[in-house]
Ligand binder design. Structure first.
Ligand code: FES
Length: 203
């Protein structure tokens, strides 16, 4: 199953395809989540960031990890039942209040006092940033899947870079000349998953 939103020219063209037509895909690209063998995991998804977490939920459940999915939507929830069928406990939040908690997923996590030993997130950048802050307060970290506009998907066009704290970077001084330093990483090839603590969010 391929889940996408028709938000630009490419995805609009996709939406015009009919059953029986074929298309070539390059997939998977980049580096995904590192599945941690710890007792519990929280999957935090927002909007079109929700679908990739379904397979993550299934894999974690196969490992015997207890999974809580906290899923946020603007108005209308989707894939809720699929997450439940995968064995995850599900909490919903919507911006409009149409379903579940009225507010953000991070506010929902706070208000319900939800905790886990590991966190996996995919969704809008403000959501990922807020979750990273929450994890920092708790002395934890989250694996976050970033999104950038991508030209090639192979690391060739350098169109998808983000700033990552680069303790071990050999060229960090040349890159920014500031204390602490950062490296530019390609979301398509080096990511899309990074530790929330290593992302420079206000870049
Ligand atoms: Fe071209 Fe990432 S999309 S380098």
């Amino acid at each position: 199953t391929l889940v996408y939103g028709a938000v630009g020219r490419g995805t609009k063209l996709l939406s015009w395809m009919r059953p029986g037509e074929s298309i070539s895909l390059s997939d998977p690209l980049g580096r995904g989540y590192r599945l941690l063998d710890v007792p519990s995991a929280m999957l935090v998804g927002g909007g079109i960031g929700v679908p990739p977490l379904l397979e993550t939920a299934k894999r974690l459940r196969e490992m015997g990890v207890s999974v809580t999915a906290v899923l946020g939507f603007r108005d209308q929830a989707f894939l809720e039942q699929e997450f439940r069928s995968a064995g995850a406990g599900v909490y919903l939040a919507t911006d409009s209040g149409a379903a579940g908690f009225h507010g953000t997923v991070v506010d929902l996590i706070r208000s319900e006092g939800l905790t886990a030993e590991s966190y996996y997130a995919c969704g809008p950048r403000p959501m990922l940033c807020a979750l990273t802050s929450l994890c920092r307060e708790r002395g934890q970290d989250a694996q976050v899947s970033l999104e950038e506009r991508m030209g090639c998907g192979y690391g060739a066009c350098v169109g998808c870079v983000c700033k990552i704290r680069g303790e071990n970077s050999v060229n960090k001084e040349a890159l920014d000349g500031t204390e602490g330093g950062y490296v530019r990483k390609k979301v398509c090839k080096d990511g899309p998953v990074f530790w929330g603590s290593e992302v420079i969010w206000n870049a």
